[in-house]
Design a protein around this ligand. Structure first.
Ligand SMILES: *Cc1c(COP(=O)(O)O)cnc(C)c1O
Length: 476
């Protein structure tokens, strides 16, 4: 299997080459040359792989369709090391929980940092360690986080050979729980840099360092952001796991509703569907930052300015643009790299928007690819959390609540199961749960008292030179 860029660059690459890379050289995103097809017999094999051998075997079978430059025995070992009951809390890894007629939650948030990002990041940590070891290379991951991504990356990379993490975050702006999660890590290869500024200052620093090519090369700076194909591929697996749990035979379909910001999670659903998984609808649920909902309603994709980007109570979906969306649009346009370049490289850079409303491709987003969308607000979130708790005794997090709210509006007549992806546990967003329910959510036992553990963090001004100097000092 070879990978190509969404913007038409002629190069083709193997999996392990794009694993350690960010964007393609032309600024595009990597996708496989084609999607391997799962026919009826293959789906039956995957069904029994999950039920009889477990999630790790299902992951191995799907990943091996896309990865031909890691020997099968090694890839299987990496999957088995990653998807264990010890790390993810249950043997099923992603159990379904029945909520109401035709509506299910798929639990993706029982990993080390209690958000679905662990599903992919834990695998990425093991893949990085494996590939860097094989090459005899090192990598210094520099990132910016407002919460979930940073902690998922640190828990995946801690103690891994050949990898260091330098994670910037806005000083004093993450929740006490999120700060405690990250700053209590004592591993030597993890560096928390609390920047005196806001999240945008952190992102600007990361960009400035990455744009300094000599520095980037000398210190082997890399990223783990959501455009990494390996993260997306890891996420494809749990769409299959959800499907085989919700159905008994391959002639049944299911729909998924996915709380979305960067279009990363739901893009994996699109890939699963392109492989032939019988998905009826893929419903995109946004919060007040409704870039994606606007596109699926109107055909207009419009990047927001920072003044237009709202701080909400589902903060992990507070985005101004959807960085993975280009992958889907590339498929929507019949994989036309020149047109994708014209939209994402040119139109967005010049006008901050493009309009596909008059294009037949836009109709296909709904008709051929099954996409629908909806939006949820703070008031919806509170009402949904309250309602779900009082009717079913289940506490859901704020992002999942956006999903449940939108799922109910798109469920249809109930014949097709609707699976909502649970993207975080409520303890991560305790303040809003308190506001909705009048009491705090449960805290998993292993997080008791983490706020009082010793913290390992360096506070520093929002100054690129100081961050570079810190990296230099800690790369010896
Ligand atoms: C990252 C995140 C999301 C959004 O995921 P995308 O891949 O950007 O669509 C939703 N919920 C939670 C809790 C997250 O951490």
């Amino acid at each position: 299997m070879l990978y190509l860029s969404t913007r038409g660059h002629p190069d083709r690459k193997h999996f392990c080459d794009i694993l350690l890379e960010g964007l393609a050289p032309d600024g595009g995103l990597y996708l496989p040359e084609h999607y391997p097809q799962i026919d009826d017999a293959a789906l039956t094999r995957l069904r029994s792989a999950y039920h009889q051998q477990g999630y790790a075997e299902l992951a191995f079978q799907i990943l091996s369709l896309y990865i031909d430059d890691i020997p099968a025995a090694d890839l299987r070992a990496l999957c088995e090391k990653t998807y264990t009951a010890e790390v993810f809390g249950t043997g099923e890894i992603v159990p379904l929980r029945h909520l109401e007629d035709g509506l299910w939650l798929e639990a993706l948030s029982n990993g080390p940092t209690l958000a679905f990002k662990d599903m992919a990041m834990q695998l990425l940590g093991n893949l990085f360690e494996y590939e860097l070891g094989r090459r005899g290379e090192e990598l210094n991951i520099l990132g910016a986080t407002s919460g979930d991504t940073g902690s998922a990356a640190e828990y995946a990379m801690k103690g891994k050979k050949g990898v260091r993490v330098f994670m910037t975050s806005p000083h004093g702006r993450m929740s006490a729980f999120q700060q405690a999660q990250m700053f209590s890590l004592q591993d030597e290869n993890i560096h928390n840099l609390a920047i005196e500024g806001v999240f945008d200052d952190c992102q600007d620093i990361v960009k400035a360092v990455s744009n300094d090519l000599p520095f980037k090369r000398k210190y082997k700076i890399g990223t783990v952001n959501s455009i990494n194909w390996a993260r997306l591929l890891a996420q494809v697996v749990y769409y299959f796991a959800g499907y085989v749990q919700a159905t008994e035979s391959n002639d049944q379909k299911v729909s998924f509703t996915v709380p979305s910001g960067n279009f990363g999670n739901v893009c994996a659903g699109h890939v699963a569907r392109m492989m032939g998984l019988p998905i009826d609808k893929l419903v995109v649920a946004t919060n007040e930052n409704d870039v994606l909902d606007e596109f699926f309603r109107t055909g207009v994709y419009r990047v927001r300015g920072s003044a237009d980007t709202h701080e909400t109570s589902s903060p992990s979906m507070d985005i101004s643009k959807a960085s993975n969306f280009e992958r889907f649009v590339f498929d929507l346009l019949g994989r036309d790299g020149a047109r994708t370049q014209a939209l994402f490289g040119d139109a967005l850079a010049l006008q901050g928007r493009f309009d596909l409303s008059g294009d037949p491709a836009f109709q296909q987003a709904a008709n051929r690819y099954g996409f629908e969308s909806g939006k949820s607000t703070h008031a919806d979130r509170l009402a949904t959390i309250k309602d779900t708790y009082s009717r079913y005794g289940v506490t859901i997090d704020t992002h999942t609540a956006d999903g449940v709210k939108v799922a109910r509006e798109h469920r249809g007549d109930g014949g097709t199961p609707m699976i909502v992806l649970e993207t975080a546990l409520p303890i991560k967003f305790a303040e809003t749960i308190q506001e909705a329910l009048g009491h705090a959510p449960d805290r998993p036992a292993r997080f008791t008292g983490i706020e009082s553990l010793p913290k390992r963090v360096q506070v520093m001004p929002a100054d690129v030179q100081l961050v570079k100097a810190y990296i230099e000092r800690h790369c010896q």
